[in-house]
Design a protein around this ligand. Sequence first.
Ligand code: C2E
Ligand code: CA
Ligand code: CA
Ligand code: CA
Length: 281
Amino acid sequence: AKRRAHGSYQLFEPQMAEEVNRLLQLESDIRTSYQEHHFTFYLQPLIDLHARSLVGAEALIRWEHPLRGLVQPGEFIGFLENSDMINPVGLQLLDDVCQFIRMHKEQGRFPPELRIAVNISERQLYDADFVGKCQSVLRKYKLPGSCLEFEITEGAALHNLDEVVDKMRKLQNEGITFALDDFGTGYSSLSYLKRLPVNKVKIDKSFIDDITIDPQDAAMVASIIAIARNMNLLIVAEGVETDAQAQWLSQYEGILIQGYLFDKPLTAQTFAQNYLPEPAV
Ligand code: C2E
Ligand code: CA
Ligand code: CA
Ligand code: CA
Protein backbone atom coordinates (compact mmCIF):
# COMPACT_ATOMS: atom_id res chain seq x y z
CA ALA A 1 0.00 0.00 0.00
CA LYS A 2 1.22 3.47 -0.86
CA ARG A 3 1.80 5.90 1.96
CA ARG A 4 -0.15 9.07 1.41
CA ALA A 5 -0.33 12.40 3.18
CA HIS A 6 -1.80 12.41 6.69
CA GLY A 7 -0.93 8.76 7.22
CA SER A 8 -3.76 7.33 5.16
CA TYR A 9 -3.16 4.30 2.93
CA GLN A 10 -4.30 3.50 -0.54
CA LEU A 11 -5.15 -0.14 0.00
CA PHE A 12 -6.10 -1.32 -3.44
CA GLU A 13 -3.54 -0.87 -6.15
CA PRO A 14 -4.82 -1.77 -9.63
CA GLN A 15 -2.73 -4.98 -9.59
CA MET A 16 -4.37 -6.01 -6.35
CA ALA A 17 -7.81 -5.52 -7.86
CA GLU A 18 -6.71 -7.68 -10.78
CA GLU A 19 -5.45 -10.37 -8.44
CA VAL A 20 -8.70 -10.31 -6.46
CA ASN A 21 -10.64 -10.65 -9.70
CA ARG A 22 -8.46 -13.53 -10.81
CA LEU A 23 -9.07 -15.37 -7.54
CA LEU A 24 -12.83 -14.77 -7.66
CA GLN A 25 -12.88 -16.05 -11.23
CA LEU A 26 -10.84 -19.12 -10.19
CA GLU A 27 -13.21 -19.85 -7.33
CA SER A 28 -16.33 -19.69 -9.52
CA ASP A 29 -14.54 -21.73 -12.22
CA ILE A 30 -13.72 -24.40 -9.64
CA ARG A 31 -17.30 -24.57 -8.39
CA THR A 32 -18.65 -24.97 -11.91
CA SER A 33 -16.01 -27.54 -12.80
CA TYR A 34 -16.82 -29.55 -9.69
CA GLN A 35 -20.52 -29.58 -10.61
CA GLU A 36 -19.77 -30.47 -14.21
CA HIS A 37 -17.15 -33.04 -13.20
CA HIS A 38 -14.21 -31.51 -15.04
CA PHE A 39 -11.71 -32.75 -12.50
CA THR A 40 -10.10 -36.06 -13.30
CA PHE A 41 -6.98 -37.99 -12.36
CA TYR A 42 -3.86 -39.32 -14.04
CA LEU A 43 -1.99 -42.35 -12.76
CA GLN A 44 1.78 -42.59 -12.35
CA PRO A 45 3.19 -46.08 -11.84
CA LEU A 46 5.13 -46.97 -8.71
CA ILE A 47 7.83 -49.52 -9.46
CA ASP A 48 9.89 -51.94 -7.40
CA LEU A 49 13.38 -50.95 -8.50
CA HIS A 50 14.96 -54.42 -8.22
CA ALA A 51 12.09 -56.49 -9.55
CA ARG A 52 11.20 -53.82 -12.12
CA SER A 53 7.59 -54.66 -11.38
CA LEU A 54 4.52 -52.53 -10.81
CA VAL A 55 3.49 -52.25 -7.16
CA GLY A 56 0.98 -49.44 -7.39
CA ALA A 57 0.17 -46.05 -8.83
CA GLU A 58 -0.42 -42.54 -7.57
CA ALA A 59 -3.58 -40.72 -8.62
CA LEU A 60 -2.78 -37.11 -9.52
CA ILE A 61 -5.56 -34.60 -10.01
CA ARG A 62 -5.96 -32.82 -13.34
CA TRP A 63 -8.42 -30.16 -14.39
CA GLU A 64 -9.92 -30.60 -17.82
CA HIS A 65 -10.84 -26.99 -18.28
CA PRO A 66 -13.31 -26.40 -21.12
CA LEU A 67 -11.38 -23.33 -22.31
CA ARG A 68 -7.86 -23.69 -20.94
CA GLY A 69 -7.37 -27.37 -21.67
CA LEU A 70 -5.55 -29.63 -19.22
CA VAL A 71 -4.54 -27.66 -16.13
CA GLN A 72 -1.83 -29.02 -13.80
CA PRO A 73 -2.40 -29.06 -10.02
CA GLY A 74 0.37 -26.51 -9.42
CA GLU A 75 -2.02 -23.89 -10.79
CA PHE A 76 -4.99 -24.62 -8.57
CA ILE A 77 -4.30 -27.11 -5.78
CA GLY A 78 -3.07 -24.43 -3.36
CA PHE A 79 -6.24 -22.45 -3.95
CA LEU A 80 -8.39 -25.57 -3.54
CA GLU A 81 -6.63 -26.50 -0.32
CA ASN A 82 -7.18 -23.04 1.10
CA SER A 83 -10.89 -23.14 0.35
CA ASP A 84 -13.58 -25.54 1.45
CA MET A 85 -13.78 -26.88 -2.09
CA ILE A 86 -10.93 -29.35 -1.43
CA ASN A 87 -13.42 -31.48 0.52
CA PRO A 88 -16.04 -32.09 -2.20
CA VAL A 89 -13.42 -32.15 -4.99
CA GLY A 90 -11.21 -34.57 -3.02
CA LEU A 91 -14.17 -36.83 -2.33
CA GLN A 92 -15.24 -36.78 -5.98
CA LEU A 93 -11.70 -37.79 -6.94
CA LEU A 94 -11.69 -40.64 -4.40
CA ASP A 95 -15.02 -41.78 -5.81
CA ASP A 96 -13.63 -41.69 -9.37
CA VAL A 97 -10.55 -43.68 -8.34
CA CYS A 98 -12.74 -46.32 -6.64
CA GLN A 99 -14.99 -46.48 -9.68
CA PHE A 100 -11.88 -47.11 -11.83
CA ILE A 101 -10.75 -49.90 -9.50
CA ARG A 102 -14.24 -51.48 -9.42
CA MET A 103 -14.51 -51.47 -13.19
CA HIS A 104 -11.13 -53.16 -13.65
CA LYS A 105 -11.78 -55.63 -10.86
CA GLU A 106 -14.96 -56.71 -12.62
CA GLN A 107 -12.94 -57.28 -15.78
CA GLY A 108 -10.44 -59.34 -13.79
CA ARG A 109 -7.79 -56.72 -14.48
CA PHE A 110 -7.04 -55.39 -11.00
CA PRO A 111 -4.48 -57.51 -9.13
CA PRO A 112 -5.44 -57.81 -5.43
CA GLU A 113 -2.00 -56.67 -4.28
CA LEU A 114 -2.17 -53.41 -6.23
CA ARG A 115 -2.88 -50.16 -4.42
CA ILE A 116 -3.84 -46.80 -5.84
CA ALA A 117 -2.48 -43.92 -3.79
CA VAL A 118 -4.63 -40.84 -3.32
CA ASN A 119 -3.34 -37.51 -1.98
CA ILE A 120 -5.30 -36.33 1.03
CA SER A 121 -4.88 -32.75 2.15
CA GLU A 122 -4.95 -31.41 5.67
CA ARG A 123 -8.42 -29.92 5.40
CA GLN A 124 -9.89 -33.26 4.35
CA LEU A 125 -8.52 -34.90 7.47
CA TYR A 126 -10.14 -32.21 9.59
CA ASP A 127 -13.58 -32.98 8.15
CA ALA A 128 -15.35 -34.53 11.14
CA ASP A 129 -16.88 -37.23 8.95
CA PHE A 130 -13.84 -37.97 6.75
CA VAL A 131 -13.65 -41.59 7.91
CA GLY A 132 -17.37 -42.14 7.34
CA LYS A 133 -17.16 -40.65 3.86
CA CYS A 134 -14.26 -42.93 2.92
CA GLN A 135 -16.13 -45.95 4.27
CA SER A 136 -19.20 -45.00 2.23
CA VAL A 137 -17.19 -44.81 -0.99
CA LEU A 138 -15.64 -48.24 -0.28
CA ARG A 139 -19.10 -49.71 0.39
CA LYS A 140 -20.57 -48.04 -2.70
CA TYR A 141 -18.06 -49.85 -4.93
CA LYS A 142 -17.81 -52.96 -2.73
CA LEU A 143 -14.07 -52.55 -2.33
CA PRO A 144 -11.72 -53.49 0.49
CA GLY A 145 -9.56 -50.65 1.83
CA SER A 146 -6.54 -52.69 0.76
CA CYS A 147 -6.81 -51.33 -2.78
CA LEU A 148 -6.08 -47.82 -1.50
CA GLU A 149 -3.26 -45.86 0.05
CA PHE A 150 -3.57 -42.31 1.36
CA GLU A 151 -0.66 -39.90 0.99
CA ILE A 152 -0.47 -37.22 3.63
CA THR A 153 2.09 -34.58 4.47
CA GLU A 154 3.21 -33.82 7.97
CA GLY A 155 1.32 -30.52 7.80
CA ALA A 156 -1.78 -32.66 8.08
CA ALA A 157 -1.07 -33.33 11.73
CA LEU A 158 0.14 -29.92 12.77
CA HIS A 159 -3.00 -28.84 14.54
CA ASN A 160 -4.68 -31.85 16.02
CA LEU A 161 -2.36 -34.80 16.12
CA ASP A 162 -4.55 -37.04 18.29
CA GLU A 163 -7.57 -36.56 16.08
CA VAL A 164 -5.56 -37.29 12.92
CA VAL A 165 -3.93 -40.39 14.42
CA ASP A 166 -7.34 -41.64 15.52
CA LYS A 167 -8.74 -41.25 11.99
CA MET A 168 -5.69 -42.92 10.47
CA ARG A 169 -6.13 -45.94 12.74
CA LYS A 170 -9.80 -46.26 11.77
CA LEU A 171 -8.93 -46.15 8.09
CA GLN A 172 -6.10 -48.64 8.62
CA ASN A 173 -8.68 -50.96 10.18
CA GLU A 174 -10.43 -50.79 6.79
CA GLY A 175 -7.18 -51.87 5.13
CA ILE A 176 -6.07 -48.48 3.82
CA THR A 177 -2.34 -47.80 4.23
CA PHE A 178 -0.65 -44.43 4.69
CA ALA A 179 2.39 -42.82 3.11
CA LEU A 180 4.15 -39.74 4.47
CA ASP A 181 4.60 -37.60 1.37
CA ASP A 182 7.38 -35.11 0.53
CA PHE A 183 9.41 -36.55 3.37
CA GLY A 184 12.27 -34.37 4.52
CA THR A 185 10.86 -31.05 3.34
CA GLY A 186 8.99 -30.10 6.51
CA TYR A 187 10.24 -28.63 9.73
CA SER A 188 9.89 -31.59 12.00
CA SER A 189 9.79 -34.65 9.79
CA LEU A 190 11.35 -36.97 12.34
CA SER A 191 8.91 -36.19 15.09
CA TYR A 192 5.97 -36.76 12.74
CA LEU A 193 7.48 -39.98 11.52
CA LYS A 194 7.55 -41.08 15.14
CA ARG A 195 4.00 -40.02 15.93
CA LEU A 196 2.03 -40.79 12.76
CA PRO A 197 1.18 -44.44 12.07
CA VAL A 198 2.45 -44.45 8.47
CA ASN A 199 3.44 -47.51 6.45
CA LYS A 200 5.65 -45.78 3.93
CA VAL A 201 7.78 -42.68 3.40
CA LYS A 202 8.15 -40.91 0.10
CA ILE A 203 11.52 -39.17 -0.11
CA ASP A 204 10.97 -35.81 -1.74
CA LYS A 205 12.27 -35.20 -5.24
CA SER A 206 14.41 -32.30 -4.03
CA PHE A 207 16.63 -34.82 -2.19
CA ILE A 208 16.77 -37.21 -5.13
CA ASP A 209 17.67 -34.60 -7.77
CA ASP A 210 21.38 -34.30 -6.93
CA ILE A 211 21.83 -37.66 -5.25
CA THR A 212 24.65 -38.65 -7.63
CA ILE A 213 26.54 -35.36 -7.56
CA ASP A 214 26.04 -33.86 -4.12
CA PRO A 215 27.57 -35.91 -1.28
CA GLN A 216 25.43 -34.10 1.27
CA ASP A 217 22.20 -35.04 -0.50
CA ALA A 218 23.47 -38.60 -0.85
CA ALA A 219 24.24 -38.74 2.87
CA MET A 220 20.82 -37.36 3.67
CA VAL A 221 19.01 -39.94 1.54
CA ALA A 222 21.15 -42.73 2.95
CA SER A 223 20.16 -41.65 6.45
CA ILE A 224 16.48 -41.40 5.61
CA ILE A 225 16.62 -44.89 4.14
CA ALA A 226 18.35 -46.22 7.27
CA ILE A 227 15.76 -44.66 9.57
CA ALA A 228 12.80 -45.85 7.49
CA ARG A 229 14.28 -49.35 7.38
CA ASN A 230 14.72 -49.49 11.12
CA MET A 231 11.10 -48.49 11.48
CA ASN A 232 10.03 -51.19 9.02
CA LEU A 233 8.62 -48.69 6.58
CA LEU A 234 8.43 -48.98 2.82
CA ILE A 235 10.52 -46.38 1.00
CA VAL A 236 9.69 -44.54 -2.21
CA ALA A 237 12.14 -42.29 -4.05
CA GLU A 238 10.13 -39.61 -5.83
CA GLY A 239 11.08 -37.86 -9.03
CA VAL A 240 13.68 -40.34 -10.29
CA GLU A 241 14.62 -39.07 -13.74
CA THR A 242 17.97 -40.60 -14.64
CA ASP A 243 19.61 -44.00 -14.87
CA ALA A 244 22.38 -42.73 -12.61
CA GLN A 245 19.86 -41.97 -9.85
CA ALA A 246 18.25 -45.40 -10.21
CA GLN A 247 21.73 -46.97 -10.16
CA TRP A 248 22.61 -45.14 -6.95
CA LEU A 249 19.34 -46.13 -5.30
CA SER A 250 19.73 -49.77 -6.32
CA GLN A 251 22.54 -50.21 -3.78
CA TYR A 252 19.65 -50.53 -1.31
CA GLU A 253 17.23 -53.43 -1.26
CA GLY A 254 13.51 -52.91 -1.61
CA ILE A 255 13.42 -49.31 -2.84
CA LEU A 256 10.34 -48.26 -4.76
CA ILE A 257 10.67 -45.57 -7.38
CA GLN A 258 8.31 -43.13 -9.00
CA GLY A 259 9.53 -40.80 -11.71
CA TYR A 260 9.83 -39.87 -15.33
CA LEU A 261 12.66 -42.39 -15.80
CA PHE A 262 10.12 -45.14 -15.57
CA ASP A 263 6.97 -43.32 -16.68
CA LYS A 264 5.14 -40.04 -16.36
CA PRO A 265 1.59 -39.70 -15.06
CA LEU A 266 -0.75 -41.25 -17.65
CA THR A 267 -4.46 -40.98 -18.29
CA ALA A 268 -6.27 -43.72 -16.38
CA GLN A 269 -7.10 -45.38 -19.69
CA THR A 270 -3.48 -45.41 -20.89
CA PHE A 271 -2.33 -46.66 -17.50
CA ALA A 272 -4.80 -49.55 -17.70
CA GLN A 273 -3.72 -50.38 -21.27
CA ASN A 274 -0.02 -50.31 -20.47
CA TYR A 275 0.10 -51.74 -16.98
CA LEU A 276 -2.97 -53.79 -16.09
CA PRO A 277 -3.38 -57.37 -17.25
CA GLU A 278 -5.49 -58.04 -20.35
CA PRO A 279 -9.23 -58.44 -19.72
CA ALA A 280 -10.05 -62.01 -18.70
CA VAL A 281 -11.99 -63.87 -21.44
P1 C2E B 1 3.16 -34.88 -5.11
O1 C2E B 1 2.12 -35.56 -4.31
O2 C2E B 1 4.51 -34.78 -4.54
O3 C2E B 1 3.16 -35.62 -6.52
C1 C2E B 1 4.32 -35.84 -7.29
C2 C2E B 1 4.48 -34.77 -8.35
O4 C2E B 1 5.72 -34.95 -9.00
C3 C2E B 1 3.43 -34.89 -9.46
O5 C2E B 1 3.18 -33.57 -9.94
C4 C2E B 1 4.16 -35.69 -10.54
O6 C2E B 1 3.64 -35.50 -11.84
C5 C2E B 1 5.54 -35.12 -10.39
N1 C2E B 1 6.59 -36.02 -10.84
C6 C2E B 1 6.62 -37.37 -10.77
N2 C2E B 1 7.79 -37.86 -11.24
C7 C2E B 1 8.51 -36.79 -11.64
C8 C2E B 1 9.82 -36.65 -12.22
O7 C2E B 1 10.56 -37.60 -12.48
N3 C2E B 1 10.23 -35.38 -12.49
C9 C2E B 1 9.46 -34.28 -12.22
N4 C2E B 1 9.93 -33.08 -12.52
N5 C2E B 1 8.22 -34.39 -11.65
C10 C2E B 1 7.77 -35.63 -11.37
P2 C2E B 1 1.71 -33.05 -10.19
O8 C2E B 1 0.87 -34.14 -10.78
O9 C2E B 1 1.84 -31.76 -10.93
O10 C2E B 1 1.17 -32.77 -8.73
C11 C2E B 1 1.73 -31.76 -7.95
C12 C2E B 1 1.26 -31.81 -6.53
O11 C2E B 1 -0.14 -31.50 -6.46
C13 C2E B 1 1.38 -33.18 -5.88
O12 C2E B 1 2.70 -33.37 -5.46
C14 C2E B 1 0.40 -33.04 -4.75
O13 C2E B 1 0.99 -32.35 -3.67
C15 C2E B 1 -0.68 -32.19 -5.36
N6 C2E B 1 -1.78 -33.07 -5.81
C16 C2E B 1 -1.89 -33.77 -6.96
N7 C2E B 1 -3.06 -34.44 -7.00
C17 C2E B 1 -3.69 -34.19 -5.84
C18 C2E B 1 -4.95 -34.60 -5.27
O14 C2E B 1 -5.73 -35.38 -5.84
N8 C2E B 1 -5.26 -34.10 -4.03
C19 C2E B 1 -4.41 -33.27 -3.36
N9 C2E B 1 -4.80 -32.85 -2.15
N10 C2E B 1 -3.23 -32.87 -3.85
C20 C2E B 1 -2.87 -33.33 -5.09
CA1 CA C 1 1.81 -37.47 -3.41
CA1 CA D 1 5.48 -36.04 -3.05
CA1 CA E 1 3.48 -32.28 -2.57
